[in-house]
Design a protein around this ligand. Structure first.
Ligand code: FEO
Length: 399
């Protein structure tokens, strides 16, 4: 049975929710699911904005046909060719042979690479060009590398809807809600939105910043992304979050503590550091075991906090592999502008500290704290004193 929601008078959400797929891109856990959003406009012409992933294809098609109610599809607007949004494209091209396909020229190339044949009905979306579907007039804005090079977004001048592709997307299935004002967004959605942006698009901050600049000149009443909720109330708030993430500016003064520990001694040091921070008045502190936390969550937190403390055991005279993976992921995603603390444990040849200093040194605008506690197997009074000095230095760095 169809499961559809109305976005505006003549625009419908016809996507699907997936709570069965365990990982996005076969990497990032989806404990709360994910939605694949598709929208249909019923104007003088009918327009489908993107399709969905194969996991929700049956639901999407049922929704689409229910909304079309016997009408043919006149236009297909493809903002992004990644397969989580184009799984049913081949079927729809066959089902609606007269439908025109609008995408960027690069989108056309990618479409051919993925085996879609629409060269005979392709309309190239050119930046700033207007297309009328009847009452609705839309304009296209290129958004290369948000998240792939062919990406564009569409602005409907008639109702102020911005179809934003992957931008403003989120993990988390909709579970009946469609709009940001139908949920407690900050409590229930923000973490998954941050985790989605930082891990999927985080590397492309400057390109996201360019899109935000272009969007600043538009009178946006609705943001309709390819994943997650439609924004209609807190548009300024979510744009502000995106401005922080895209410019690698911390959202909060606080400390993310990530430790790699085999037998609990480095964990002990991490807990002592956290306790000292609280004792000294810094209460915005989160502590994670790098072995027990998927990197995507740590990346989200690293984009959130001003300070990052990395405490790692040495492993094979090198860095503990899960810690290495986390720090390399921060490097790949271009994280910058943070204050980083480093502590090392090693029983006979401690090397984790040197490795961490080298890796963090590769990142832009990272301030590394001078106090770097060194554990020889376990925490002793001297290490406690070093952790105390480090806590002071961290707090001083926030002033
Ligand atoms: Fe949701 Fe980059 O695709």
């Amino acid at each position: 049975m169809q499961c559809v929601r109305k976005v505006t008078e003549d625009l419908y959400w016809v996507g699907g929710n997936d709570k069965r797929t365990s990982r996005f891109e076969n990497i990032h856990p989806l404990p709360l699911g994910v939605s694949y959003n598709s929208y249909v406009l019923l104007d003088e012409k009918t327009v489908l904005f993107d399709t969905t992933d194969s996991s929700v294809a049956d639901q999407f098609l049922e929704n689409l046909y229910a909304v079309l109610d016997g009408r043919k599809l006149d236009y297909l607007v493809i903002h992004h060719l990644e397969p989580d949004h184009t799984a049913t494209l081949k079927l729809l091209l066959k089902e609606f042979p007269e439908a025109k396909v609008i995408s960027t020229a690069k989108g056309m190339t990618f479409g051919q690479q993925f085996g879609f044949d629409y060269s005979d009905r392709f309309i190239e979306a050119k930046e700033g060009e207007e297309v009328s579907f009847g009452k609705h007039v839309v304009t296209f804005i290129k958004a290369p590398m948000v998240h792939w090079p062919e990406v564009m977004v569409t602005y409907d001048k008639t109702n102020g809807v911005l179809f934003s592709a992957d931008a403003f997307g989120s993990f988390h299935s909709l579970d009946g809600a469609l709009f940001d004002d139908e949920v407690n967004y900050e409590r229930d959605w923000l973490e998954e939105s941050r985790r989605y942006y930082t891990n999927i698009v985080g590397k492309y901050g400057p390109q996201t910043g360019n899109l935000l600049k272009k969007a600043a000149g538009l009178d946006i009443k609705y943001i309709c992304p390819l994943h997650g909720l439609v924004f209609r109330k807190n548009i300024g708030w979510i744009i502000d979050k995106y401005q922080h993430w895209a410019s690698y500016t911390p959202e909060e003064q606080g400390v993310l503590i990530v430790y790699g520990s085999m037998y609990g001694h480095t964990e002990n040091a991490a807990q002592i550091l956290a306790a000292k921070l609280h004792e000294k008045g810094m209460h915005n502190v989160s502590v994670y075991d790098v072995s027990d936390t998927h990197t995507s969550y740590l990346i989200g937190e690293a984009f959130r906090y001003s300070n990052i403390a990395l405490l790692s055991v040495t492993y094979n005279m090198n860095l503990y592999p899960p810690m290495q993976n986390f720090v390399e992921d921060m490097i790949h995603l271009n994280l910058q502008n943070r204050t980083v603390s480093i502590a090392c444990n090693g029983s006979w040849a401690p090397a984790a500290g040197k490795c961490l200093n080298e890796l963090v040194g590769k990142m832009k605008n990272m301030t590394i704290m001078e106090n770097q506690p060194l554990l020889k197997s376990s925490v002793n009074d001297e290490v406690v004193s070093q952790l105390d000095s480090l806590a002071d230095e961290i707090i001083a760095s926030m002033k």
